[in-house]
Write a protein that binds this ligand. Structure first.
Ligand SMILES: Cc1ncc(COP(=O)(O)O)c(C=O)c1O
Length: 238
């Protein structure tokens, strides 16, 4: 949790004023449920500059935080025939619950000083894993190089990596952690990020990108969502 007293009120107000002065009346209507195109373009630029991730605006969904991204992903995985997701142990109770609300069985996989035990992941038989490789929650360990290579080999065999970029910005003693997403084989990684630990979580926002795919991972027909950050009463087209 950031220092709530340090919220940059003046800068926030300046930004709000600048945006309100520039928007057109149409901008106050229902926008793209995937997120305003200008915002998605800005997110894509940020991902490239800060994370070395190449993505197209069409591959980004603006969400109300990692929790909502997981709720959406839970539906997509089930539509893809996946209903067991490996999670870190210890790990985030809230993240696990989002998957369980989405109808998944979560399978705990141990974490040690090197991060997630990828051998145990392989042995558990789950086809997807949710993990925090850059800054494991709650231990703070970083997935070590050999584990990372092993994870990528697992993904190359068809495993899906859901990378929660939890607290990745908060590092003072090491270089940026290389994202798993750009290195995973096409179609096997998806990445959810949220700024909840920089500005306070009340302004919950986030983005979900699937940067490695050649074609966007369109939600299957019939997948439904609750309200998103961008539009109430939204369902995926199709
Ligand atoms: C492991 C983990 N990931 C992500 C988040 C951020 O979640 P959200 O974006 O839904 O606020 C949290 C917040 O506590 C967390 O514990």
């Amino acid at each position: 949790m950031p220092d709530l007293a340090a919220f940059p009120r003046a800068a926030w107000l300046r930004a709000e004023r600048a945006v309100l002065a520039a928007v057109t009346p149409a901008d106050f209507g229902y926008g793209s449920p995937q997120g305003a195109p200008a915002l998605r373009r800005a997110v894509v630029g940020w991902l490239a500059r800060n994370r070395g991730i190449r993505a197209e605006p069409d591959e980004v969904v603006v969400v109300a935080g990692v929790a909502q991204a997981l709720g959406l992903l839970a539906q997509l995985l089930r539509a893809d025939g996946i209903d067991r997701v490996a999670v870190e142990d210890p790990g985030s109770l809230g993240a696990r619950q989002q998957l369980e609300y989405g109808g998944h069985t979560t399978v705990p996989v141990p974490v040690d000083a090197g991060g997630l035990d990828v051998g145990a992941l392989r042995a558990c038989g789950a086809r997807a894993v949710l993990m925090t490789p850059a800054h494991q929650f709650p231990t703070g360990v970083v997935l070590d190089g050999e584990r990372r290579r092993e994870l990528l080999r697992w993904a190359a065999g068809g495993g899906v990596v859901i990378e929660d970029d939890y607290d990745a910005e908060h590092r003072y003693d090491r270089p940026p952690y290389p994202r798993c997403a750009p290195s995973c084989p096409t179609g096997s990684a998806t990445r959810a990020a949220s700024p909840s630990s920089s500005p306070p979580p009340c302004g919950s926002a986030g983005c979900w990108s699937r940067p490695t795919c050649a074609t966007p991972w369109s939600p299957p027909s019939g997948t439904r969502t609750s309200a998103t950050a961008s539009s109430p009463n939204w369902s995926w087209p199709g």
